[in-house]
Design a binder for this molecule. Sequence first.
Ligand code: SF4
Length: 342
Amino acid sequence: MRTDSEFAFELRVCQWAEREWSPAREDSAVVVARQLGTKYRRWDTVVLECDPEGLATRGAFGPDAFDSDQLHVLRHAPADWTFYRDALPDPGYPWRYVRESVHELADRDALDTRKRGRRIEIRRKRAYPDWVRRVVAIENKPDLTANAARDLAGQLERDVALGLADEVWVATEATNERVEPILLADFPAAAGVLTVDPAAGTAETVWEPRTLPVDGPGTRILDRPEDAHSAARFEYADPDWKAEKRRAIAERAYARGWRSYADTMRPDCRHFELRADGTGVSPYCVAKARTPTQSECRGSCGSFEPEPPVWRTKGWPIEGGPGAATKRLLARRRRERRPGLE
Ligand code: SF4
């Protein structure tokens, strides 16, 4: 039986990766997130292979993400009180934005600040760690038809040329037949291919990926014409840009994880359930008798019915009703993978 939708498949891939992913270095901790990337490219599933100590130290900074500007300050914040302009390297953009980041970090209790006359001095509370060892991007395509493979090939080529992730993979749903080699012929040889059996919670490598040179420069393919006469357009991506993007992606992955669907779906609908099986927990709609997609499961859904008020009162054994309990359960699961959070 095939999974209900790409969304349902994606959740299964995330569950599998969280449970079974084999990091390049055995002692790495694994953090999984979904639907992340840059303005050029969004990946379905992101697997971070993390330094365990660094991950715990990152946890001390709290559950929310830092953006690139904030990371610039955090990473260079001095151990002793220093005028912020003397402490930080030139950001390459106006200093007033740096000042904004300084204030935001102080509001989040991530940085100490004080005023000396008209000058703002900063001091770090703790060193921001290098906590990410590798970033792995997985594109989920449960139904790998010839058309889907052709569409994907162009995206994978862009990923490989840019080298922002250490590895790129395609995950497709395992069927009784093997993946036709002809479907893979268009994919760049550096991209890996994985078949996932969502029901069994297992996966098999069909093609091993190559590790991409993330520390070197990359090529951003802007336009690749179909015809043989027009020239493709490229842009150079320098290593510093790549490093900054990787850190920002890791921060968002840390904050978001892959269970954030509860934030946009309707766990407060009486038909919404979390169903557990041997491979993990998935959202389920009793009215539709399947995992609903995120775009279906909204207030505008024709079958939406709010959970009865009595579920949220004292008579119900779960504080706040099942909708609130669902969100708490998913948040707890997310925190379990993030040591060091208070
Ligand atoms: S009935 Fe609609 S809103 Fe309610 S759980 Fe199902 S898909 Fe979501």
